[in-house]
Design a protein around this ligand. Sequence first.
Ligand code: HEC
Ligand code: HEC
Ligand code: HEC
Ligand code: HEC
Ligand code: HEC
Length: 483
Amino acid sequence: MKKELPVLFMTMFSVAIAVSLFGLQDGDKPGAESMETAAARLSSLTEQTVDPAEWGKLFPAQYADYLRTSERTGTKYGGGGSGAIARSRLEENPHLKTLFAGYAFAADYRARRGHAYMLADQRETLRVEAPFSQSGACLQCHSSNVTVYRNQGVADGAPGSPSEPLTSRNGYAQLQRGFEKVGKMPFEEATKLVDHPLACIDCHDPKTMKLRVTRPAFIQGIIAFAASGAIAAQFSSIEKWRAGNRAEPYDPNEAASKQEMRSFVCGQCHAEYGYDTEITLFYPWNNGFKGDDIESYYNSYKMPDGRTFSDWKHEESGAEVLKAQHPEFELWSQGIHSRSGVSCADCHMPYRKEGESQMSDHYVRSPMLGKLEACRDCHKSTAEEVREDVEDIQERTNRMLRRAEESVVELIREIVAARAAGYEDNQLQEAQEFQRGAQWRVDFIGSENSMGVHASGEAFRMLTEAMDLAARGRTAVQNMRLR
Ligand code: HEC
Ligand code: HEC
Ligand code: HEC
Ligand code: HEC
Ligand code: HEC
C-alpha cells in the first residue's frame, strides 16, 4: 500500500494537469465509452473535430497515452524537469546571454517539455511580452490550428468549404490562405483563436486515420526541398518525384511512404524556421537540410526592404546574426538512422502490443526514460549498453559545444573591445561575418534537442567548423588593429 501511494498521487496529479492544459471537460476521462458506442461514432469525426476527447472516444488507448505528455520529466540532457516551469537554459549556461544579447532569447529561454504544455508555455514566455512583439505565425507549431487556418482562409475568400478533405486542392488553398492571414495578426489576437495544443487532427485524416502533414510551412518547405538538387537519398518518394515529369509540385500527403510520414509528422514542427513580423514564416530548405545549406539560403534571402535576412543585430558586436531553432528534422536527416530508414516515431513513439493488436505509444517523450526496447529491435546489445552509447555521444557533444560557445564568446569580446577602441563597424565587417557563421553553427547544435544523438558526426563537424570560424574572426580583428 505504502508503495502505491506515490504512484496514485502522480496519476491524480497528471490527470489534474491534463485537465487544465488540454481544456478537458468533466467526464472526459479516457476510455469512458464502450467500443460499440465508439464504433457508432466513427462517422462523427470530421475535418472540424478538433477536440482530442472526441477522438479519444474511438481510440481510448492512444488518447490516454497522449494525455500523459503532461507528465513532468527530465533526463540529463532532455526534458524540462519536474518543476512547475521548465528549467532555464539561460541560468544553466551563462554564455547564452552573451550569444543572444539584444534578442528575446536573452530574456527567457527554457528547456522544452511535453506536448501538453506547448500552448501554455508559448503564452507564458517573456518572449511574447513587451518590449518584444511577435506575430500569429508563432501558432503554427504550438497549437491545433488546421481548422482555424481553413475557416479563416474561407472567410478570407479561399475557394470551397472547410468540410472538404484537407488534401483536396481547395483544402490546401484554404489552409495556406488562413496561415498567411493569421500570421499577420499580432500574437495576442491570434492566440485567442486556438484552444488546444497539437491534437489528433493535426497528424491524422479524420476519415481514414492515415497520417498526414498539416503545417503549411512544412508543406511549402518540403516542396522547395524536392525541387532543389540537394541529396535526398533518405527520402525515396522525393527521388521518385524528381525522376518523374514534375508537372505537379511534390505532395508529401500523396507521395510519401508510411515510413517517411512517421518522420514528416514530427518534422512539420521540429524544424528550423525563418521568421520576421514582415514576412510569411518559411522553412529554409531550398538548398537542402544541412546547416550549411540553410545558412547559404538565408545569406541569399532578401527581406522586403532589400537587406539580407538576419534574425537580429547583436547588441554588443553589431553583427547581423541568425538564431537556430530546434532543427531536429534537419540534423536527423544527416545521421546514420535516417539513412538506415529509422523514423522519429520508431524511437519516440514505438509500437507496443496491446492485447491482440499493435499500437503506437502516443506518450511522445525521450526514449531514455524507458527501457530502450525500440532500439533493441535493431541493436543486439543490452539496454545498458545502448544507454551508454547514447550518453557517450551526448557527453562528447556537450564538451565540444561548450568549447565552441566559449570560442564565439571570445570573438564577441574582441569585437566589443575594438569597437570601444574606436574602430567602426565597416572596419569590423569581416569579423562580424565570421561571428555570424560561427554563432550559427554553435547554435544549430545547441538548439537541436538531442545533444548530438540524432547525427553525431555531423554535430561534431559543425562544432569544429564553428571553432575554426571563431578563431579566424579573432585573427581578422587582430589584423585589422595592426593595420
Ligand atoms: C534512433 C532513435 C531516434 C530517432 C530516429 C530520433 N530520435 Fe529524437 N532522440 C533520441 C534520443 C536517444 C534522444 C536523447 C534523449 C535524452 O537526452 O533524454 C532524442 C532527443 C530528442 C528530443 C529532445 C527530447 C527531450 O526529452 O528533451 C526531441 C524533441 C527529438 N529527439 C525529436 C526527434 C525528431 C523530431 C526526430 C525525427 C526527425 C527524432 N527525434 C528522431 C532518439 C531518436
Ligand atoms: C505542432 C507541432 C509539433 C508536432 C507536430 C510535434 N511536436 Fe514535439 N514538440 C513541439 C513543441 C512546441 C514542444 C515543446 C513544448 C513545450 O516545451 O511546452 C515539443 C516537445 C517535444 C518533445 C519533448 C518532450 C518532453 O517531455 O520533454 C519530444 C520528445 C517531441 N516533441 C518529439 C516529437 C515527435 C517524435 C513528434 C512526431 C511524432 C512530434 N514531437 C511532433 C511541437 C510539435
Ligand atoms: C517551426 C515550428 C515552431 C514555430 C514557428 C515556433 N515554435 Fe516554439 N517551439 C517549437 C518546438 C519544436 C519547440 C520544442 C523544442 C525546443 O524547445 O527547442 C518549441 C519550444 C518553444 C518554447 C519552450 C522552450 C523555450 O524556447 O523557452 C517557447 C516558449 C516557444 N517555443 C515560443 C515560441 C514563440 C514565441 C514563437 C514565435 C516567435 C514560436 N515558439 C514559434 C516549434 C516552433
Ligand atoms: C504528432 C502526430 C500524432 C498525433 C498528434 C497523434 N498521432 Fe496517432 N499516430 C501517429 C503515428 C506516427 C502513428 C503510427 C502510424 C503508423 O505507423 O502507421 C499513429 C497511429 C495511430 C493509430 C493507429 C494505431 C496505432 O496506435 O499505431 C491510431 C488509432 C491513432 N494514432 C490515434 C490517435 C489519436 C486518438 C490521437 C489524438 C488523441 C492521435 N493519434 C494523435 C502520430 C500522431
Ligand atoms: C531500425 C533499426 C534501428 C533502430 C530501431 C535503432 N537503431 Fe541505432 N543504429 C542503427 C544502425 C543501422 C546504426 C549504424 C550501424 C551501427 O552502429 O550499428 C545505428 C547506430 C546507432 C548509434 C551509433 C551512432 C553514432 O552516431 O555513432 C547509436 C548511439 C544508436 N544507434 C542508438 C540507438 C537508440 C538509442 C535507439 C532507440 C531509441 C536506436 N538506436 C534505434 C539502427 C537502428
